[in-house]
Each structure stands twice: as structure tokens, then as C-alpha cells.
Design a protein around this ligand. Structure first.
Ligand SMILES: Cc1cc2nc3c(=O)[nH]c(=O)nc-3n(C[C@H](O)[C@H](O)[C@H](O)COP(=O)(O)OP(=O)(O)OC[C@H]3O[C@@H](n4cnc5c(N)ncnc54)[C@H](O)[C@@H]3O)c2cc1C
Length: 372
């Protein structure tokens, strides 16, 4: 019997495996395809904050950015490339927002070197920019390293049954607690108030004679170059879905879009595309991730004490799946959020620490229940 079973071996599942194994717990980790073969395997895995107006996602990503950068550096420095980040506004309105951001941020900002700014496209030079110390992780290797002390099973989880205080997985494995970290793929437990949408992304590795030492973000992100190779990413495509679309994905159109967008930031010479990466991000309706227990909708609705019209519901009155948790909905920031959120969820499961209400999947139950 395992202390924890994790379904999904992307960066969220791998981060949970790391936290539980570090607390000397016995962990089993399942994935249909392998470690980092979903959205996580496609990621450029830039570790950066969100540059935007004030809001709860910006606030969360600010904390997660500082926590995760330090976490990767302390525990997995061999898979972290530290590099200054140069973020450039996309247009005039974005420039104004960045100016405001710079006035109020607590992050330690840098002045980008003139020789780097001078290589930018003339229009990019007229727009506001922001620079700070950041990094990029090797998506595949970091997921593998974080999962190292879990028992990995390349197996699709098809059945999950709670029996006598224990979860039975695929009628074979047993665990006290279960974490669902299945990204934008078909849900193992279907609850109608959980509405995660897949956002298809494409990134490429290119060989180029142009040297770059920064992570440069504008219309796409451009990684620092290593031995003549750098990563360009990523596209955001809400129309294509590998499990739902009838037409195959148009790789050439994706490549063209990436190269065109990068060329608007700076010129890359002698380009040879050496690899494509594609995958789904999983985004929630309010853009915040989902961390915590799952409400059993039927059982909660059947409870006479619950007034679903209450706009400020007491989540503690809901009925929850026992010892079952979700870690999902990180959209384009999975590698920034995962170490931070996995710590929060682990401390909740192990020590009953509270999770911020804004992260709980339960926030969607009341909204859904009022509609139905
Ligand atoms: C092109 C691209 C570029 C990106 N760039 C960045 C970036 O620069 N920085 C950043 O922070 N984030 C980036 N992201 C976002 C980041 O990759 C995601 O937020 C992250 O991968 C989400 O991780 P996850 O573990 O939730 O999901 P996933 O990595 O998708 O993992 C879910 C896994 O669950 C498995 N699974 C599902 N159902 C089952 C089942 N029933 N049984 C067994 N296994 C199952 C799937 O096979 C899959 O491997 C990017 C994403 C894309 C697509």
C-alpha cells in the first residue's frame, strides 16, 4: 500500500512526488505515456513572473516565481539555466502597463545592457522593457529528477474506487491519498463544475548563428542559446485539440507563426529548425489553478442544509471525496507554479494546513450549482 498515488507525471505530478518522497512517504506515480509526455514535455519551461496589472494571478505568480526559482536552484541546479530575462512590451498600451508595473513591483529589476537592447528590432526598442534575474529549466529532465523517488508505472488509470478507507487504482494498487494531476486530458473523475480547457501550444528548437544570452519575451519567448541552439515558443491555439479535432495539426503553420513573431523582436540568422514540441496547457475559467479537495456535486446538492443561492458559501459545508485532491489548471505557468503549489497541497494533506480559498476547486461548485 502506498501513502500517495499520483495520476499524471507532468510537472504537477512530479512536484507532488518530490514533496511526498522528501517527507519519507511511499509514492506511486502513473502516466499513460511516460514522464513529461503531456503539456510538460512541450514547455520551453521559462521561469518568469506575470507582468500585468494588479490581480490575484499576478500576485500568485509573483510569489511562485521567487519560490520556484530558488527551489530549482537549490535542489536541481544542473537542470536550471540562470539567465537575465528581458521582457518587452507588445504595443503602446502594454508599454504604459509595464511603466506602472515597474513603479510598484517589489521584484529586483535590472537595467538591460545597451548592447542587448541595440540588437532588438527598431520598433521593439521604442517600447518599454523590464529586466530581472530569471531562468529556464530543462522540462524533461526536471520532471524525471523530481519523480526519481516515486515508483513510476507507465499505465493509464481507468478505475479509481474508494473502499474501506483506501483508494484502489485499476483494481490492483492501493493508496491512502490520491492526487489527480492529469492536465488537459480526459478527467479520471468527472465532476460537472470542473471546466478545464486545453490550449494547444507549439514550440521549436532552432540552430542559429545568432548568439543570445538572455531570455527574451515579447510576442514569443526566445531562450538563451547553448551550443548554437535556442528554443522559440510558444503558440496559443484554442481551436486545435489532439483528442477532439478532425483535421491534423498544421505543423508548418505553427513554425511559420513562431519564426515571424520572433523576427519582430530581433533577427535570428541562419535558422535551421531541429525539433518541434507540441502539447496542451490546461486552463481554468478564472485563470487561477485548482489546488485541493474535490466536491462531490450530487451528494452536496442532495444535502438539505446547502443553500446554493448563497453568493458567499461556506465551503466546509460541502461533501468532498475522501483523501482525493486535484492539482491542475496552471495554463502557461506550470513550471513556475508547480513547486510552490505542490508544497501548499502537500502541507495540506500531511499537516492539514489551510489552502487559500482562491485556489480551491470548490470555488467553481457554487457558481455551477446556481446555474443548474
Ligand atoms: C508549448 C508549450 C510551452 C509552454 N511553456 C511554458 C513555459 O515557458 N513556462 C511555464 O511555466 N509553463 C509553460 N507551459 C505550460 C506548462 O507546460 C503546463 O502548465 C504544465 O505542463 C502543466 O503540467 P501538468 O502536470 O498539469 O500537465 P501535463 O504535463 O499535461 O501532464 C498531465 C499528464 O497526465 C497524464 N494522464 C492524463 N490522464 C491520465 C490517466 N487517466 N492515467 C494516467 N495518466 C494520465 C497525461 O499523459 C499527461 O502526461 C507551456 C506549455 C506548452 C504546451
Amino acid at each position: 500500500m502506498y501513502d500517495l498515488a499520483i495520476i499524471g507525471a507532468g510537472i504537477n505530478g512530479a512536484s507532488m512526488a518530490y514533496e511526498f518522497a522528501s517527507a519519507d512517504k511511499k509514492v506511486i506515480l502513473f502516466d499513460t505515456e511516460g514522464i513529461a509526455k503531456g503539456g510538460s514535455g512541450a514547455a520551453g519551461a521559462f521561469i518568469s513572473p506575470k507582468f500585468s496589472k494588479a490581480g490575484e494571478l499576478k500576485e500568485l505568480l509573483g510569489h511562485a516565481f521567487l519560490y520556484s526559482l530558488e527551489f530549482y536552484e537549490k535542489n536541481f541546479s544542473e537542470f536550471l539555466t540562470k539567465a537575465p530575462l528581458l521582457h518587452i512590451a507588445k504595443d503602446e498600451a502594454d508599454s504604459l502597463m509595464l511603466k506602472e508595473y515597474k513603479k510598484e513591483t517589489a521584484l529586483k529589476l535590472k537595467i538591460p545592457p545597451e548592447e542587448v537592447v541595440n540588437t532588438l528590432h527598431p520598433h521593439a526598442r521604442t517600447l518599454e522593457n523590464i529586466s530581472l534575474d530569471a531562468g529556464v529549466v530543462n522540462a524533461q529532465k526536471i520532471c524525471e529528477a523530481m519523480s526519481k523517488n516515486a515508483h513510476f508505472k507507465k499505465e493509464k488509470v481507468e478505475s479509481l474506487v474508494y473502499d474501506d478507507g483506501i483508494w484502489i487504482i485499476n483494481e490492483t494498487y492501493s493508496a491512502k491519498d490520491v492526487v489527480l494531476a492529469t492536465g488537459a486530458y480526459k478527467a479520471v473523475i468527472k465532476e460537472p463544475y470542473i471546466n478545464l480547457r486545453g490550449i494547444w501550444g507549439h514550440r521549436i528548437d532552432i540552430r542559429t548563428s545568432t548568439k543570445n544570452e538572455h531570455s527574451i519575451h515579447q510576442y514569443v519567448s526566445i531562450s538563451p542559446s547553448k551550443e548554437g541552439v535556442l528554443a522559440l515558443g510558444a503558440t496559443h491555439n484554442v481551436h486545435y485539440h489532439p483528442q477532439k479535432s478532425s483535421e491534423p495539426y498544421d505543423v508548418d503553420a505553427g513554425r511559420k507563426e513562431l519564426l515571424e513573431k520572433a523576427s519582430r523582436t530581433f533577427a535570428l540568422e541562419d535558422i535551421e529548425i531541429i525539433r518541434d514540441y507540441t502539447g496542451l496547457r490546461s486552463g481554468s475559467v478564472d485563470y487561477m489553478p485548482l489546488v485541493g479537495s474535490l466536491v462531490m456535486s450530487k451528494e452536496t446538492l442532495a444535502c438539505k442544509n446547502i443553500n446554493v443561492e448563497n453568493k458567499k458559501p461556506n465551503y466546509e459545508e460541502y461533501t468532498y471525496y475522501p483523501n482525493l485532491y486535484m492539482l491542475n489548471g496552471s495554463a502557461g505557468y506550470g513550471f513556475v507554479l508547480a513547486p510552490y503549489l505542490a508544497k501548499i497541497l502537500s502541507e495540506h494533506i500531511l499537516y492539514n494546513n489551510k489552502i487559500d480559498k482562491r485556489l480551491l476547486p470548490a470555488r467553481f461548485f457554487g457558481r455551477w450549482a446556481r446555474r443548474v
